[in-house]
Design a protein around this ligand. Structure first.
Ligand code: HEM
Length: 144
């Protein structure tokens, strides 16, 4: 990511935080529209789940200049997601729904520069989570 993209993400985060409630609802609504089969994977309260997602995004935004410091956290998160039943193919759908919801919260066109900066951040998070998941998957399969 370029310094400009990082700035666009950082500057827009306060609005996203303010809109956290509606944004989460938009995100899950869009996700379950893209693939209704994902709905049963979520057992907890969607609002609480949205708060966790926002906390996670806040940590990422705070560390944008040294995202590698979050690698262990993101790897562990990717590994927890394997236990939730998440497979790599799910990530593209989540990334799409989340980027779309952010665009709605910020009232952006789909080709806006700010949105493409956010898309990069979300894709990067997903990539590191998948890397983390891949580190344990072969081991757990071997254990069975
Ligand atoms: C950009 C990628 C993603 C981010 C930032 C993210 C973030 C989170 C966070 C912060 C949690 C809270 C629990 C924890 O930290 O372990 C969580 C839980 C969860 N996530 Fe994700 N996630 C991502 C990708 C996915 C994908 C691809 C799926 C597949 C559908 C998924 C499904 C779930 C489920 C099922 C839970 C548990 C919910 C429950 O217990 O009800 N996530 N996610």
């Amino acid at each position: 990511m370029t310094p400009r993209e990082r700035r666009l993400v950082r500057d827009s985060f306060p609005i996203i935080r303010e809109e956290a409630g509606p944004l989460s609802l938009l995100f899950y609504g869009r996700l379950f529209e893209i693939d209704p089969a994902l709905r049963p994977m979520f057992h907890g309260d969607i609002a609480r789940q949205g708060i966790k997602l926002m906390e996670m995004l806040a940590a990422v935004v705070n560390s944008l200049d040294q995202l590698e410091t979050l690698t262990p956290v993101l790897h562990a998160m990717g590994q927890r997601h394997v236990a939730y039943g998440v497979v790599p193919a799910h990530y593209a759908m989540v990334e799409k729904a989340l980027t779309w919801a952010i665009g709605q919260a910020l009232d952006l066109d789909s080709n806006a520069e700010e949105l493409s900066a956010w898309r990069k951040v979300i894709n990067e998070i997903g990539t590191v989570m998948k890397d983390g998941a891949a580190l344990v998957e072969p081991l757990s399969q071997g254990d069975q």
